[in-house]
Design a protein around this ligand. Sequence first.
Ligand code: KIV
Ligand code: ZN
Length: 522
Amino acid sequence: MKTQVEKDRVVIFDTTLRDGEQSPGATMTHEEKLEIAELLDDMGVDIIEAGFPIASEGDFKAVSEIAERSKTAVICGLARANFGDIDRCWDAVRNSNKPRIHTFIGTSPLHRAIPNLDKDEMAEKIHDTVTHARNLCDNIQWSPMDATRTEHDYLCRVVEISIKAGATTINIPDTVGYTAPLESADLIKMLIEKVPGADEVIFATHCHNDLGMATANSLAAVEGGARQIECTINGLGERAGNTALEEVVMALKVRGDIMPFYTNINTSKIMNISRRVASVSGFPVQFNKAIVGKNAFAHESGIHQDGMLKNSETFEIMRPEDVGLSATNLVLGKHSGRAALRSKLEELGYNLADNQLKDVFVRFKELADRKKEVYDEDLIALMQAGEDAVNDHIVLNELRVVCGTNGPQEAVMTLTVGGLESSTTATGDGPVDATFNAVQALYQHNAHLQLYQVHAVTEGTDAQATVSVRMEEDGNIATGQSADTDTVVASAKAYINALNRLFIRRGKIGQNKREVNWKDVS
Ligand code: KIV
Ligand code: ZN
């Protein structure tokens, strides 16, 4: 029998490193995965889905190392419904203090057709694979993929089989983001009422955001009896993404009056991890994104500002500090010293060794010379831009761009590639096109530009621009980022950063590349 406390506690299962990282272009390096796992563990995430061990050597290594290093969180790996996947997953998570195997199979009519199994054959496969997993590990999660489009009687049947075979958590995925809140609540309620043994397990909800309802559907599932929410930082994930961790956690915290549930998340860590995930995945957070968007706590209009000054509760339902935003955006400038910079960076979640601080301080001074006021966002952009700079294969030495109303624009560029310096002049349809053409002339490559995005970090004509560039080469995708007060320079550096990442990745093919199609569940 669950106690009252357990009854009201919602377990947070984070899948940023698995479902989030699966999103095209969001691939993270090994070190980045370890860092994000540590931040998730520190913020109180109950279960970290660290990867899909059979997918590649790189995934296996990352899950194994996260399992070995984890402090408090359960470490989970994903496995399709076959013994090979499950064994590999167990090998990766077994060294965690608290390992979990998560195995799944698509149960809806469309998904049953892929391995060409009839209902009985699939039921037998579920029984055999969950039994096999349970013989290895006593913490087993089972998911009927595309559950929200599976016939209810068949869903009840396979959930019962998996519970009898030893599953301890039953996850009900809305794989294609199809369900709606009332339906989401009713589905969980129906399963709890109808399936024998349902009160012995925890039901989880795993929603995708294709119709923008992932957060609402997850919270409704909790109302229906689910006590585990699967989510990702910033809602990262395939297509429109997964349920955003920060949204469900803050909704439960702020609206405890009507949703009397709680989580173990230390919400003051939200902003820091959101920034790190945005940076390492190369997926910037939209400005008006709930909780973690740049404008989420900004009050622009006169009426709002007036109200805020009189009583912040007039327009604010949560305090910025609750999510880890500093109450004051202390501005630094060219007279600020090293101690002020260190303290500001620590507040933003960057703890630097002395030699790192020395390097950042030089770059900070360069920026402060060009820009009168350096805001938090400028420092974050500066930190993110500096992450890949060391030991780069391609380095931008100089760029001069000539613009005119009657074009074509011209870029004069000097690059160092593999230690050799060379220069060229290239033209293009606009300054960025000319710049990219110059890079192509000096470093010939077959990578295709998939995405080019520019954001102004702060307001004003001296604002820094952050640029994201996503490139694809032979199925490898890399995202480069950079920031500069000059948009064209930031574009050149972001483009070169993506090429450097592809260069590294090329040397590691087989280690980072997914070798199996995770959807191939036969
Ligand atoms: O969306 C989904 O169905 C999944 C499963 C693997 C749980 O991510
Ligand atoms: Zn998913």
